[in-house]
Design a protein around this ligand. Structure first.
Ligand code: C5J
Length: 224
């Protein structure tokens, strides 16, 4: 059993029943010249977590954890995008509109791809999700149950939207969750801080958070 020094208290997991979930590390959210930047967001803090996500991926791969990557992604005909979701956002910059890197949040478009630096390897799961959360309309829960996964380590963007939604959905479905603090980011620093605070409040109401170094130390201590 791996024991991680986490907040508000420890997080224990068996690698064989744990998956790393990397949420939406997509060009449109992270690269200058993408959809996120076109909305007026500073993408610099998001780009800055790439080395931490790479370290986390390396660690997970070394330990043979299941690795899952998600993309916020809709079918080209938007049949999987409820009108209420499509109606959100600035006019001309909504899901399916032409953005700076192709149609916004549409499967197969250049901006919808995962950054090369953190790209999935063969055999890793890639989940295209039409929601903010990773369980809505993806069949992921059934796949995780079939695989015997009970614990999830989270990374990715943005902390308060798709990461937090996925973590809450996961906790409701019975998974124990840990968010790796340096491997997640928001366009709004105060939203990231608040999300971490929300997760660990009230005895860790939806999970735990930990520094990447704490996870690395725990896994290396356990190494033969
Ligand atoms: C957003 C996401 N922020 N991946 N998506 O719309 O968090």
């Amino acid at each position: 059993m791996i024991q991680v020094d986490a907040r508000p208290d420890g997080f224990s997991f068996e690698p064989s029943s744990t998956a790393l979930v990397v949420i939406d590390m997509q060009r449109d959210f992270i690269e200058p010249g993408g959809f996120g930047a076109a909305l007026g967001n500073d993408v610099t803090p998001l780009k800055a977590i790439v080395p931490a996500v790479r370290r986390l991926l390396a660690l997970a791969r070394q330990q043979s954890l299941l690795v899952i990557h998600t993309r916020e992604s809709h079918l080209p005909d938007l049949s999987d995008c409820p009108p209420a979701k499509q109606a959100h956002g600035l006019p001309g910059m909504r899901i399916g509109d032409q953005g700076p890197m192709g149609r916004i949040l549409v499967h197969g478009e250049p901006g919808n791809q995962i950054l090369e630096e953190v790209a999935p390897l063969a055999g890793e799961w890639v989940i295209d999700k039409p929601g903010k959360g990773m369980f809505y309309a993806t069949g992921l829960h059934e796949r995780l149950v079939a695989r015997g996964i009970s614990h999830l380590l989270f990374a990715g963007v943005t902390t308060e939207v798709c990461v937090q939604t996925s973590m809450r959905e996961a906790n409701d479905r019975g998974y124990r969750c840990l968010l790796v603090e340096e491997a997640t980011e928001s366009y709004f620093p105060e939203f990231k801080r608040s999300t971490l605070d929300m997760i660990i409040a009230q005895g860790g109401i939806v999970g735990r958070t930990a520094r990447l170094s704490a996870l690395e130390a725990a896994l290396h201590e356990d190494a033969p």
